[in-house]
Design a protein around this ligand. Structure first.
Ligand SMILES: C[S@@+](CC[C@H](N)C(=O)[O-])C[C@H]1O[C@@H](n2cnc3c(N)ncnc32)[C@H](O)[C@@H]1O
Length: 621
């Protein structure tokens, strides 16, 4: 029986695998620091392969650089540390839901999600801090301090959140923000499915930089659009220069050739533009201008109207959009509109029955379609009973805005996973529930939010993370009350980042006290429950941490079943328990190493599996 490894797969190792597949001749072996032979990439060989396509050293090239970029790139390749622990008491429908709310720094969490969700996320929407100088950004330099805090106290508290102000006069205004964003976007890209897409809210402070790092990470060929969202309802007359009326939303596809937005449903106003003044049996139609500015050499000819008036040609500087021959064909088919008196400049009749089912999305999103900031706040206030105005998030986005994104991306009935790793007050989760209700979809959400403390302490709401939980809990309850029979997943499983459930094997035993030594023998940190350990195993093996869990017992010990994984983390184990687990014929089985009295018991357990369920991969913690 093998031991479960502690850290998740190293992203650098994954990149090396990709290189090895493309260029097998650059793979070699070296002796590592531990004296063992290990695989390596022969960079000199690779450079020779790439010939003139390599740029190195001082040579000028086009790129965005900032102090901290190397660190940011390193952060993107660091393997995961820590784990996620389930919090049943704060979850809703813990055992059955496919939705996750994760409390923690999104860099830690994104690293942990690499294995289970690699290439599986269809849509990411994020609304990161805009770097206005007034918002806080996460300082990754503090991660060590926080790890120490967590180990000491066993929980994340307001004091453990390493958010720092990033004032414009701080000297590293853009650099700090870029260093924060870069690794998170790089890790997010790994999670996107090949036909997945990311939408990112931003404003003028960082739009240029965001577009540049987005282009670097996702590839210029995968840039899709820069949307303008009209966010304010009324202009700010107090503005010194201009009233800022809009934000941006940048859209990058993982692979633009594989992603396309779904057409939007036509609005009533749009449908109303189709009429039928000539009682055409083909139904309502809309008159479309026949001239356009694009040069079209066959589009210059005179036309005689039914009333006998001669039109010399298209208006100066434009061309008819169709050739003479095509025009005559359409006219013969009753598809040209000359006006009620037969004297108008001709227009082509576009029939409602013949246009595509929906409308092509545009890059300008007005508030009357997707809401404005006041709508956003109203929705938040409706579901969260704030005691203090200062705690109402200013950056909250309208539910309709995120619903528009959900309508464009992915397939409602495909069980798509929608990720928001700057989830704030939980607008994305709220929008997923509402959109699933509206179109019968079964999208799942994953929200990630650091427990940023509120500006003013408030009973019942310790952090922004808790605002999100309260909001979505209340939204779900309201939907359930309005639609008691609807088959909707209105629950969420709460997970919290924490240090690994396995003691650090690298700590030399002689530096530990007696309790520490006992923990080392067991490898499992005191206080971890079976569900904690199950979740850690799921993350390490790349299994979905939202898989429903059922609990059984055998010989008085708890057995946890999560899909094809069966685990027993009881402190002692009996042959009956081993057999009960094996008889479930799981794909994976896990036990606590220290539960076996000795090597003989381990060998016996191995034999039981060989006999009852030889295909099971059996491991110990
Ligand atoms: C602009 S707000 C998002 C608002 C959200 N769209 C809404 O409608 O409520 C950005 C959020 O990201 C959170 N945040 C900042 N750094 C983070 C980090 N490293 N990990 C997780 N969350 C973070 C902040 O606490 C803040 O709540």
């Amino acid at each position: 029986m093998d031991s479960l490894r502690r850290d998740s797969v190293d992203p650098a190792a994954r990149d090396a695998d990709r290189l090895a597949e493309l260029f097998p001749m650059v793979v070699t072996e070296v002796i590592g620091a531990d004296g063992r032979a290990t695989r390596a990439i022969d960079f000199d060989q690779l450079r020779r392969r790439l010939g003139d396509y390599v740029v190195e050293g001082e040579r000028e090239r086009y790129r965005l650089d900032w102090p901290g970029k190397r660190r940011a790139q390193r952060e993107a390749r660091e393997p995961a540390s820590g784990t996620l622990r389930p919090v049943r008491s704060e979850s809703v429908n813990f055992d059955t839901t496919g939705n996750l709310f994760i409390e923690g720094d999104n860099l830690d969490v994104l690293r942990l999600l690499q294995e289970p969700y690699l290439g599986r996320i269809k849509l990411i929407y994020i609304d990161p801090p805009y770097n206005t100088g007034n918002d806080f950004i996460y300082d990754d330099d503090f991660s060590q301090t926080r790890a120490g805090y967590l180990t000491g106290s066993g929980q994340v508290g307001a004091g453990g959140v390493p958010l720092v102000a990033n004032p414009e006069w701080g000297g590293r205004f853009h650099s700090n923000w870029l260093t924060m964003m870069y690794p998170r976007l790089a890790l997010a890209r790994n999670l996107l499915a090949d036909d997945g897409v990311i939408f990112i809210s931003i404003d003028d402070h960082e739009i240029d930089n965001l577009k540049k790092i987005g282009t670097e990470i996702f590839g210029e060929q995968n840039f899709v659009a820069q949307i303008i969202w009209q966010k304010v309802y009324a202009p700010k007359n107090s503005a010194r220069w201009f009233s800022e009326d809009h934000d941006y939303i940048l859209v990058f596809a993982r692979n633009r050739e594989r992603w396309q937005p779904r057409p939007l449903a036509r609005t009533e106003a749009m449908e109303a533009r189709y009429r039928n003044p000539d009682d055409d049996p083909r139904g309502p139609w809309k008159a479309e201008n026949m001239s356009a500015r694009n040069r079209y050499d066959a589009g210059v000819y005179p036309i005689t109207t039914p009333s006998g008036r001669v039109i010399d040609g298209p208006p100066r500087g434009s061309y008819w959009r169709i050739s003479r021959q095509r025009f005559d064909e359409l006219d013969a088919d009753g598809r040209i509109w000359w006006g009620a008196d037969g004297d108008n400049v001709p227009a082509v009749k576009r029939f409602l029955s013949e246009v595509a089912a929906g409308r092509t999305p545009q890059t300008l999103w007005p508030y009357d379609e997707v809401g404005h900031t006041q709508d956003a706040k109203r929705a938040l206030l409706r579901y969260v009973p704030f005691g203090n105005t200062a705690n109402v998030l200013n950056s909250v986005k309208p539910v309709e805005l995120v619903r528009r994104i959900l309508q464009l991306a992915g397939d409602p009935g495909d069980g798509d996973i929608v990720l928001d790793f700057f989830s704030g007050s939980g607008t994305t989760a709220h929008a997923v529930l509402e959109q699933n209700l509206a179109d019968g979809g079964n999208r799942r959400f994953i929200g990630v939010q650091i427990p940023e403390p509120l500006p003013v302490a408030e009973a019942g709401l310790a952090s922004i993370f808790e605002i999100g939980l309260t909001r979505v809990r209340n939204v779900a309850a309201e939907i359930r009350a309005r639609h008691p029979g609807a088959a909707l997943d209105l629950g969420f499983r709460v997970l919290r980042w924490d240090t690994s459930g396995l003691a650090d094997a690298r700590v030399p035993p002689d530096t530990l006290d007696q309790a520490g030594l006992a923990a080392q023998t067991d490898r499992i940190r005191p206080g971890r429950t079976g569900e904690d350990l199950l979740l850690q195993v799921q993350l390490d093996w790349g299994l979905d941490p939202a898989t429903p869990i059922t609990v059984a017992t055998a010989d008085g010990r708890e057995i946890l079943v999560a899909g094809e994984l069966v685990a027993c983390f009881a402190a002692t184990i009996s042959p009956g328990v081993v057999r009960a687990v094996a008889e479930r014929r799981p794909r994976w089985a896990v036990f606590r190493d220290s539960a076996f009295a000795g090597d003989a018991d381990r060998i016996n357990a191995g034999q039981v599996f060989a006999e009852v369920s030889p295909a099971t991969d059996v491991k110990v913690l």
